[in-house]
Design a protein around this ligand. Structure first.
Ligand code: GLN
Length: 303
């Protein structure tokens, strides 16, 4: 398939759409980003790369990091990890607290903040040097040793992440956080502040599309585990807009409030977009549009 022409067409169409959505205001350090950036990158499982716009520029991956912490925790703990976090869609905003009370501190899935904080706690317990080991894992997945986190974004979120502090303490009150809350949140803010380009992210996501095997040939998850995480992304990757993303795009994927989206077509390709203007659910407006155009034009959707 000639993805060069398809990406160019999508880019032209995207540029003509009315400007809607706003850059996140929840993390002050991210509010200063140029809202008009747009990048898109597609990597096929044959290893071909297709990029357009600002696809080589780094951005804050934010909640997309949750897919990579889950993958690492799943490889370390196996099915045991689901004793502490569920596999059900939440139908609620990413930072919601409401379901935790009647579910006794067990988050509904690992992609809402509550679930990602429990997964962060698992990694803090499992790893000797959690930040370094997780960053090494991300670099290995992507094949880019220069990937790093952004200290000012992590600090900015630490200053203003009152909801995440509330979530972590609430979960701890039910006994579902083992470590000190500050240590767990420090790791969580670190993982969210990692910066990657669309291209690096498309490479890092390769293993999800390739039965658990990375672009460089390393088996990090079993085929069944990769299938399970893809299923979770399909059901929960866009919070209370997961249905809409599935309906319009028809691929498993995950968004972040930095404006990124990473998605994949199993056995075929991974595709990433970056556009910082978010809709009211916190998902990238143009990113969702671009991916809808991609699967509509090519018919490459799991449905
Ligand atoms: N760091 C952000 C937060 O915890 C991540 C949220 C997101 O990307 N949706 O609020």
């Amino acid at each position: 398939m000639n993805y060069t022409a398809i990406l160019q067409e999508i880019y032209q169409q995207i540029k003509r759409l009315p400007v809607t959505g706003t850059v996140t205001e929840t993390i002050p350090e991210l509010a200063t980003i140029d809202p008009n950036k747009f990048g898109m990158h597609l990597t096929t499982l044959n290893g071909d790369d297709f990029g357009i716009g600002n696809s080589d520029e780094k951005f804050s991956i934010q909640s997309i990091s949750k897919t990579l912490t889950v993958a690492m925790a799943f490889s370390l703990l196996g099915e045991r990890m689901w004793e502490r976090v569920g596999v059900e869609p939440s139908g609620n905003p990413f930072n919601s607290l409401v379901q935790l009370e009647y579910e006794k501190g067990m988050p509904r899935n690992p992609f809402i903040n509550a679930g990602a904080i429990v997964v962060a706690d698992m990694l803090v317990s499992q790893l000797k040097d959690p930040k370094k080991e997780f960053l090494d894992f991300v670099r290995m997945l992507s094949g880019s040793p220069q990937i790093d986190f952004n200290r000012s974004v992590a600090e900015s979120e630490k200053q203003t992440g009152f909801r995440n502090v509330a979530l972590a303490n609430f979960i701890k009150s039910f006994g579902n956080i083992e470590n000190d809350v500050d240590t767990v949140l420090d790791f969580y803010f670190f993982q969210c502040s990692i910066e990657m380009s669309c291209k690096e992210l498309a490479h890092a996501f390769f293993f999800f599309a390739n039965g658990g095997i990375t672009k460089s040939g390393r088996q990090v998850l079993t085929q069944s585990q990769a299938k399970r995480l893809n299923a979770l992304m399909q059901m929960c990757g866009f919070y209370d807009e997961s249905g809409e993303f599935t309906y319009k795009v028809g691929l498993p994927g995950k968004s972040g409030i930095g404006g990124g989206i990473a998605a994949l077509y199993p056995k075929n390709f991974t595709v990433t977009t970056w556009s910082p203007r978010l809709n009211e659910k916190g998902n990238s407006e143009l990113g969702m549009n671009a991916l809808e155009l991609l699967t509509t034009k090519t018919g490459m959707s799991i449905f």
